[in-house]
Design a binder for this molecule. Structure first.
Ligand SMILES: [Zn+2]
Length: 197
């Protein structure tokens, strides 16, 4: 009588071949499903080179986590000074950007970038309801946003601000942020160079 070799039994090998085949198919489906569902959300993160999650900012819109944390700080400081930064648009999925771009192309909506070209898809652009450049909200952002890493990037859109901390310089101590799209008001009379008499 032969003795059986003392190998550890492998459960999978004892299954009937059909069951093994179905197990593999099921396993592949389980592995593939989250990838398929995550595709829309993954697209912007892939482009920005980081898979950072999205966080909500006051108003309910979402931004990429680092931009959202910076915006929350900025919002709190503005609020302390009596200014409300009302966010009307933050992160957009590719489908949302495509929809807005189609509306724009048909003349039914405001200017919108081609899908894949908007930093709203990366979660680093935010549209703030500022009215025009003479509003309190715009004035506050113009003077302070750079300290939080935000700046304007589109001349015709005073509401559109982007989080670009690496390329947004801090103001000189005691000075407001420079606003590249709005000329500074004339210097007050007392500090103006006196004209030769
Ligand atoms: Zn925008």
């Amino acid at each position: 009588m032969r003795e059986r070799p003392s190998l550890v039994p492998v459960p999978g090998l004892e299954m009937p071949p059909s069951l093994v085949r179905w197990s593999i198919v099921l396993l592949m489906l389980v592995l593939a499903a989250p990838v398929a569902f995550a595709e829309e959300r993954r697209a912007p993160a892939k482009r920005s080179g980081a898979s950072r999650k999205l966080l909500r900012v006051p108003g309910g819109e979402r931004l990429r986590s680092d931009a959202a944390l910076a915006f929350q700080k900025m919002h709190a400081e503005a609020h302390q000074q009596g200014v409300w930064l009302w966010v009307v648009s933050g992160h957009r999925s590719r489908a949302e950007q495509r929809y807005l771009y189609r509306l724009y192309r048909k003349g039914l909506g405001p200017r919108a970038a081609r899908p894949g070209r908007s930093n709203h898809q990366r979660g680093t652009a935010v549209d703030v309801s500022v009215g025009d450049v003479s509003s309190a909200a715009y004035g506050w952002l113009s003077a302070n946003a750079c300290r939080f890493g935000f700046r304007r990037t589109v001349r015709s859109e005073p509401w559109h601000w982007e989080y670009r901390p690496k390329t947004t310089p801090l103001p000189k101590p005691g000075h407001a942020c420079p606003d590249r799209y709005r000329p500074l008001p004339p210097a007050p009379a007392e500090v103006a160079t006196p004209s030769p008499s």
